[in-house]
Design a protein around this ligand. Sequence first.
Ligand code: DX5
Ligand code: ZN
Length: 214
Amino acid sequence: MKVSPSILAADFLHLEEQIEMLNESKASMIHIDVMDGVFVPNISIGFPVIEAVSRVAKKPLDVHLMTVDPQRYVNRLRDVGATFMNVHVEACTHLDRTIHEIKEAGMKAAVTLNPSTPLVMLEEILEEIDMVLLMTVNPGFGGQSFIKYSVSKIRNLKNKIRERGARALIEVDGGINSMTGRLVAEAGCDVIVAGSWVFNSNDPKGAIESLASL
Ligand code: DX5
Ligand code: ZN
């Protein structure tokens, strides 16, 4: 299992140390949550912090934009060092265009679905996507409880990707701990995002390793 720890739950006063800890850990990438206070009812971090993280990080940056009009930020995100650009389907009027702009900018295109958004929204463009991020909480805050109906959604997406021979990875984000991690792993996800469970642990590297071994 690939693990993408979410730094939303990190200690921002010691961010450099926290990124170095992730560099030494079994994390495959580093998840960065950008919130604009409009698409979601919270504001988190933006370009200057992403740029600072990219100077220390030795793992690809997996940037999750919870903003309206995310297509406005394609080039800026590339310039601050993002590898994956995750855009919400609910925030993109011209999703096909946005996906192509992300790829033309040299990043990997990931498309995110809120818990209540059906998989059919990806029906026409599945083959174009590098990663599908399924939210397993309503976006906006760390530390929320996993929404259980997400398990069958992961399973259905896995089947659809297999049937169509698509290459998209399935990433899951929200409320992941050792128990829900096992559920989403069994359902077929490829990448687990975990924030509070990793950073609130006494042994964050051990927590990452336990998810990586699922
Ligand atoms: C929620 C964010 C998540 C969040 C996950 O809007 O997209 O990435 O950091 O936090 P936990 O793991 O605490 O649910
Ligand atoms: Zn996220």
